[in-house]
Ligand binder design. Structure first.
Ligand code: GRF
Length: 223
C-alpha cells in the first residue's frame, strides 16, 4: 500500500502535550519548504503546553482538548477525531503527545498517524526511556519515527537516528542529544509522507527512490 497524500500541500495536524520543540521543527520544515505541507491544527490535551504558544506565534489554529474532562478514553478520542476531521487533517503527527490512543482511533487513522519516540524502537518503549537506556548500559540510543499501531511505541519504522550514549551521560544530557536528532528526522519523515514516497508492506516501510541526494532512512552519529 502506498500512503498517498490526497492533495498538496498536505494538511497536517500535530498533537502535543508539552514543550513542542518537535512541533517547532515541523513548523520550520513547512516554512522552509522542506515539507510540502501546512500545519492546519495543533491540539494539546494539556492547557499549559508551551507548544500552544509556539503555534499561536505562527498563526496556526490551536485547540485544547483536556483529557481530564472525559470519564473514558473512547470519548476523549471521539472529540479528538471530530476536531481532526473538521480541520481536514490528512496526516496526524504525535509530537510529545502523552496520551494512549484507543485501538478504534488508531485503526480509523491507519497509515496516516505517526509518532516520534526518543529511543531506537523496539528497544525501550514507554516512558523514562533515556534513563532506561543508561541503566541498560547500551552504547547507542536514538530516535524513531514510526506509524502508530494500537500497541504503544510499536509500528512500522519510517526513519531512525542513532546517537552515542557516553560514559558520563545523565538522562538529561542523553535526552538533549536525542532531541537534536528528533528535530532532524521528524521533518524528513513528514516530507517523505507528503511526497507519497512511503510504501507500507506488512510491518516494513519502504522509501521510494527520488532524484534527491543525501536522503537516508538512517541518521548516524557522523551524519
Ligand atoms: C520528545 O523527546 C518526544 O520524542 C517524546 O517527548 C519529547 C517531547 O518533546 N515523546 P517536545 O514537546 O517535542 O519538545
Amino acid at each position: 500500500m502506498t500512503v498517498e497524500p490526497v492533495r498538496q500541500p498536505l494538511r497536517i495536524a500535530v498533537l502535543i502535550s508539552g514543550g513542542g520543540s518537535n512541533l517547532q521543527a515541523l513548523m520550520d520544515g513547512c516554512a522552509s519548504g522542506l515539507i510540502p505541507g501546512q500545519i492546519v491544527l495543533v491540539i494539546s490535551n494539556n492547557p499549559d503546553a508551551f507548544g500552544l504558544e509556539r503555534a499561536k506565534k505562527q498563526q496556526i489554529p490551536t485547540q485544547v482538548i483536556d483529557h481530564r474532562r472525559f470519564a473514558v478514553r473512547a470519548s476523549f478520542d471521539q472529540v479528538l477525531a471530530h476536531a481532526l476531521d473538521e480541520a481536514g487533517a490528512e496526516l496526524i503527527c504525535l509530537a510529545g503527545f502523552m496520551r494512549v490512543l484507543t485501538a478504534d482511533f488508531v485503526h480509523y487513522y491507519a497509515g496516516r498517524l505517526i509518532n516520534i519516540h526518543p529511543a531506537l524502537l523496539p528497544a525501550f518503549p514507554g516512558i523514562h526511556v533515556q534513563r532506561q537506556a543508561i541503566e541498560a548500559g547500551v552504547r547507542f540510543s536514538g530516535a524513531t519515527v514510526h506509524f502508530v499501531v494500537p500497541e504503544v511505541d510499536a509500528g512500522p519504522i519510517i526513519i531512525q537516528a542513532v546517537v552515542p550514549v557516553l560514559a558520563d551521560d545523565t538522562h538529561e544530557s542523553l535526552a538533549a542529544r536525542i532531541l537534536r536528532q528528533e528535530h532532524r528526522i521528524y521533518p524528513l519523515a513528514v516530507r517523505w509522507f507528503a511526497q507519497g514516497r512511503l510504501r507500507l508492506e506488512q510491518n516494513r516501510v519502504h522509501l521510494l527512490e527520488s532524484e534527491e541526494d543525501g536522503e537516508l532512512a538512517l541518521i548516524h552519529p557522523m551524519g
